[in-house]
Design a protein around this ligand. Structure first.
Ligand SMILES: [Zn+2]
Length: 473
């Protein structure tokens, strides 16, 4: 293989143990593969989370309280105590912490714990107060302030209610964002990732975020950046001026940083019982359960409006009920193959056939199976949980599939993801394993296809960027 100015200019005909994959050759024990493409992750949030309290090691409520108390003693007065990777499903009783429990150790400073899956949280009283959430606060649409039997707020926040409290936390300025993006880029690059797609750009402030992503890429961010902008930041009532958005797009070097489309959330997540599923959670009987973020009519119209404006659309859908609604919406656009279904964790045979028909791209995050197995079994029971993430069936149906991490909610090493996809952890149906070659391909070429970049990256053929990584055999 010959590399000039960062491009592959010549390549010997394929050969080696992973023949058929876009791989140059074997190097001793290691393999030279195209750089990994993390086509679904959260770049700025990854960098910002580095500064927050990490509760990933806390498997009891006491451990969480202790970590919170210890961080409390290190912070300046009035500063928010922000924690990530909180997960009540690791506790013996699986019951959420409450505002009252947090108040006992941190009475005077706002505290917000974010669930590992990003779809739930717990706030103490000071945080609720700063967010303007009083005892009679109505639930936002697409979210809930959890209450006890007496109707009092417990401090547990689901979906949009979490967003409502998170909005009260201090926002980073552009320079802080640039630093966070560069830090995230370095951490990803160390894992062999050469391109990453942020799936929620505009969640803080689209103007600042686009400026920060451009500056980070100009200042040598070691991963190429791809962006899906939040639907509301582009087409909602407080959307960015379209002329301004065009200026931003024109200012980007498209090889280093590029806007791909718009992102919509259709439902929540399994661990917080907010993914919209057929049937019930935790042994409950129901026709459907979980949280649709939008009504089916609203979702369809959001997809239509974005499609008509020429955008590619990526929709977060974890539950099977919500995935049916997303497929309905994609079908109505008349070209489902332009769009992306993110996660698709629960799929029936019929749904897989329908997805193949639609031709839309599916992204999956195999590392979820390693991290969340217990939570999935608790919420869905062992039967349904074992059939999550049917990568084998999806590939066999000819559906374009890519693997990604969804960091920062997981550590996000592609090597971990590949291992989880090829040898699904205990409790998960082994007939859905894919081969190593397929897994590497889903993390390289698959990611390039998901991003619409297959012409320039994802393989190490002539005319592609020379983004590569060495993979230990
Ligand atoms: Zn995500």
């Amino acid at each position: 293989m010959l590399i000039e100015d960062g491009w592959v200019t010549w390549r010997r005909p394929a050969g080696g143990s992973l023949d058929g994959l876009p791989i140059a050759r074997d190097l001793g024990g290691a393999e030279l593969v195209p750089g990994f493409i993390d086509a679904h992750c959260h770049i700025l949030p990854t960098g910002l989370d580095f500064a927050k309290l990490h509760l990933g090691q806390c498997s009891s409520r006491e451990a969480v309280i202790e970590a919170v108390a210890s961080r409390h003693s290190e912070l300046a007065p009035g500063e928010w105590l922000l924690a990530v990777h909180y997960d009540q499903t690791r506790f013996e009783d699986g019951v959420h912490l409450t505002a009252a429990e947090l108040d006992r150790v941190v009475p005077d400073r706002p505290v917000l714990l974010r669930h590992m899956n990003g779809h739930a949280g717990v706030a103490n009283r000071a945080a609720l107060k700063l967010a303007g959430v009083g005892p009679d606060e109505p639930d936002p649409s697409g979210g809930a302030f959890v209450r006890d039997e007496s109707g009092a707020l417990t401090g547990v926040l689901l979906e949009r209610a979490l967003d409502q409290v998170a909005k009260a936390t201090p926002e980073p300025n552009v320079e802080e964002m640039v630093d966070a993006i560069l830090a995230a880029g370095q951490a990803m690059h160390a894992l062999g990732i050469t391109c990453a797609t942020d799936m929620m750009t505009g969640y803080l402030d689209l103007e600042d975020e686009l400026t920060a992503y451009r500056l980070a890429s100009e200042r040598g961010c070691p991963v190429r950046i791809r962006l899906f902008l939040q639907w509301s930041a582009v087409l909602g009532p407080k959307a960015m001026d379209p002329v301004r958005l065009t200026e931003h797009m024109a200012a980007l070097d498209p090889l280093r940083c590029r806007i791909l489309g718009l992102k919509i959330f259709a439902d929540g997540a399994i661990a917080s019982a907010t993914a919209a599923i057929y049937g019930g959670y935790a042994g409950q009987e129901a026709k459907t359960s979980g949280q649709l973020i939008y009504s089916p009519e609203r979702l369809t119209s959001m997809v239509r409006v974005a499609d008509e404006a020429g955008w590619r659309i990526a929709v977060h859908s974890i539950g099977d009920y919500s995935t049916d609604l997303v497929m309905d919406a994609f079908k109505e656009t008349g070209h489902g193959d332009r769009h992306r279904l993110e996660h698709a964790m629960i799929l029936s045979d019929d749904q897989i056939a329908r997805l193949a028909d639609l031709g839309c791209h599916v992204t999956m995050q195999p590392e979820f199976l390693v991290q969340n197995g217990r939570a999935y079994r608790r919420q869905l029971g062992p039967e349904r949980a074992s059939r999550l993430k049917r990568a084998r069936s999806v590939l066999d149906a000819g559906i374009p599939l890519s693997f990604s991490s969804d960091r920062p909610i997981v550590a996000g090493s592609p090597v971990t993801g590949i291992a989880a996809a090829t040898h699904r952890p205990d409790g998960f149906d082994q007939s859905e394993n894919v081969t190593r070659k397929e897994a590497i391909s889903a993390y390289t070429l698959g990611g390039a296809i998901a991003n619409g970049d297959e012409g320039v990256m994802g393989s190490l053929n002539e005319g592609q960027v020379a983004d590569w990584t060495l993979l230990p055999a």
